[in-house]
Write a protein that binds this ligand. Structure first.
Ligand SMILES: O=c1[nH]c(=O)c2ncn([C@@H]3O[C@H](COP(=O)(O)OP(=O)(O)OP(=O)(O)O)[C@@H](O)[C@H]3O)c2[nH]1
Ligand SMILES: [Mg+2]
Length: 186
């Protein structure tokens, strides 16, 4: 299979995806391209499908895209795919403040990879979920909401973990493992 193009404007995502895909028995090499694609409103699946379809049209070829949602149990899954805008507006403290008054701080990180074979093809989705809770920020603020999300059973936020630890339990790792199996079967 020729090199796949990962369409993303997010350098942190790209770094992690490359790290995850290059580890393991059968490394997968990808190219990347940053394209400005409007993201629709809807479920995580609808958002992911629309973005990947558009990316394949713009590229005129096969591609993968990725959407990450951060879902609060107390809010029935919101902010979900809209976390980017919530984080930009209210920051880590604001994410915590949104849960004041709710007993549960439980949350899950959901990664949706989409693969589209080219224009006119229906994207295929690969989801990975990591459960945890929303906590006051700890660790370096290098990537999004990493300091405010503590995966269950680790005692550490994503930001406090070495990359190798996050890349073995993250929402992104779990989704990419499914994508890896698929890519090796076609
Ligand atoms: O702390 C984090 N740890 C992660 O593992 C992670 N993965 C994504 N994000 C952030 O969550 C939003 C998703 O929005 P998103 O999926 O639309 O991404 P994006 O717009 O940045 O890139 P892309 O759509 O061009 O690929 C954006 O604010 C991302 O920075 C993360 N934050
Ligand atoms: Mg985006």
């Amino acid at each position: 299979m020729s090199k796949l193009t990962f369409v993303t404007g997010n350098a942190n995502k790209l770094k992690e995806v490359k790290e995850i895909l290059s580890a393991g028995a059968t490394p997968i090499d990808i190219d990347s391209k940053s394209l400005d694609i409007d993201e629709i409103q809807g479920s995580t699946q609808e958002v992911a499908i629309a973005k990947c379809k558009r990316a394949a049209e713009l590229l005129n070829g096969p591609c993968i895209t990725e959407d990450t949602a951060l879902c609060f149990e107390a809010l029935d899954g919101l902010p979900g795919p809209y976390i980017k805008y919530f984080l930009e507006k209210v920051g880590h403290k604001g994410l915590n403040d949104m849960l004041v008054g709710f007993e549960t701080k439980n949350a899950w990180a959901l990664c949706t990879f989409a693969y589209c074979a080219g224009p006119g093809h229906e994207p295929i989705l690969f989801e990975g979920r990591t459960d945890g809770s929303i906590v006051p920020a700890r660790g370096p603020a290098k990537f999004g909401w990493d300091p405010a999300f503590e995966p269950s059973g680790t005692g550490l936020t994503y930001a406090e973990m070495p990359a190798e630890q996050k890349n073995k339990l993250s929402h992104r790792y779990k989704a990419l493992e499914k994508l890896r199996v698929y890519l090796q079967s076609v």
